[in-house]
Design a protein around this ligand. Structure first.
Ligand code: GGG
Length: 369
């Protein structure tokens, strides 16, 4: 993950992209601006990408966006993208490409429950660590026509020991840090509901895909087994189908889960159902030198332009981004303000059963900062 270097100024690339990304990213920017001198002086650099950009200028990810991110920005925020579900000549998903260009190999997705009025749910406080650069997302697909005229579509799934090892290391580091944070909270007299040791669950399907998922599993296991550093972190495994079942039946048993790209994408959207809404779940795309915050939700074209999109996933993504840059107090301040608004229950967007607008929720959070 990007190192916790203290800076005097921060330059953030802002890429709203499509749909409600254009409504929730400005909300996150307002919250960051409201932190004032608690964080370095921040410049926000508007950048283009997305399906709408492709339709305007013929490129979903302009070269200039990549150049500015690489050469001028310390970090970035991305909104959401509306890639079409059929092939369009010349179009390729800009978020998938950005993750590759910036080597953002980990998608870190914390999913934690807050007691929202009218939304009783299970206790859940887990982090899903999704590999972000390979698996089926290398997009090597082809279609062939058989002699009888029927068609066969093929996709290549790439799993490497390099990518699996580094995502495994990221997962164990996160588990170790969460364990240390819980210990510190316990020592200062706070009630911490997770009683056991930190734990990493490896998600795979190596009983069927013994070569690809087998390599993922072995590479992650080797990280735990190759050093004493993670002796205090438990390691277990779940087949991806069993993971889905158990996550819904007993989400409280999971601490950190690490998964190849496609499984990680699916289980993290599923996990969002445990905490009330996809509109609450943040993420960062993290590499060793760069980090990009991104709400887990998509572009939601059905509610675009109505000012009713939940801005919380985006605001929490900004907090996660700050935390990964080392500004943990400011991140905690944002999260406390968000939690207060959720617990109070007066300003909830329709996805949470409320009637509040994107602006109402953002302003309620700003008041509590
Ligand atoms: N912020 C997450 C997001 O935009 N999800 C939708 C997504 O990633 N779709 C894949 C794509 O459109 O390329």
């Amino acid at each position: 993950m990007a190192s916790a270097v203290k800076r005097t100024a921060l330059k953030l690339g802002m890429i709203p992209a499509d749909g409600i990304g254009k409504e929730v990213l400005p909300a996150a920017q307002r919250v960051l601006e409201a932190l004032g001198s608690a964080i370095p002086k921040t410049t926000f650099v508007p950048l283009q990408a997305g399906w709408e950009e492709f339709n305007r200028n013929g490129k979903a990810l302009p070269d200039e966006t990549v150049r500015v991110l690489k050469e001028e920005c310390d970090a970035a925020m991305f909104g959401s993208v509306s890639s079409p579900s059929h092939k369009v000549e010349g179009y390729s998903s800009p978020i998938v490409a950005l993750r590759k260009h910036l080597d953002l190999y980990a998608n870190v997705r914390p999913v934690s429950s807050v007691p929202i009025p009218g939304q009783p749910g299970p206790t859940c406080d887990m982090v899903i660590v999704r590999e972000n650069t390979e698996c089926l997302y290398i997009k090597k697909e082809e279609i062939k026509t058989n002699a009888d005229g029927s068609k066969i579509a093929l996709a290549t799934r790439q799993i490497t020991s390099h990518a699996s090892s580094r995502i495994g290391k990221m997962a164990f580091e996160i588990a170790l840090r969460r364990g240390q944070e819980r210990e510190a909270a316990r020592n200062s007299g706070k009630d911490v509901w997770w009683k056991g040791e930190p734990k990493v669950t490896i998600v795979h399907k190596s009983n069927v895909l013994s070569i690809t998922d087998g390599l993922f599993r072995e590479s992650v296991r080797a990280i735990r087994e190759g050093t004493d550093k993670y002796n205090g972190v438990k390691m277990e495994e779940q087949l991806v189908d069993s993971m889905v079942y158990r996550m819904f039946r007993e989400p409280e048993i999971f601490d950190v889960a690490v998964a190849p790209n496609l499984y990680g994408d699916i289980i993290s959207d599923g996990a969002a159902a445990l905490v009330g809404s996809l509109g609450l779940v943040p993420s960062i795309n993290a590499g060793d030198d760069f980090v990009m915050g991104e709400p887990v939700h998509g572009s939601a074209p059905d509610i675009e332009g109505k000012n009713i999109a939940n801005p919380i996933a985006s605001i929490r993504s900004a907090a996660l981004l700050l935390s990964s840059l080392g500004y943990t107090d400011s991140a905690a301040k944002i999260n406390a303000a968000v939690d207060a608004v959720l617990v109070e229950g007066q300003y909830l967007t329709p996805d949470l059963g409320g009637k509040a607008s994107t602006t109402d929720v953002t302003e309620a959070i700003l008041k509590r900062l």
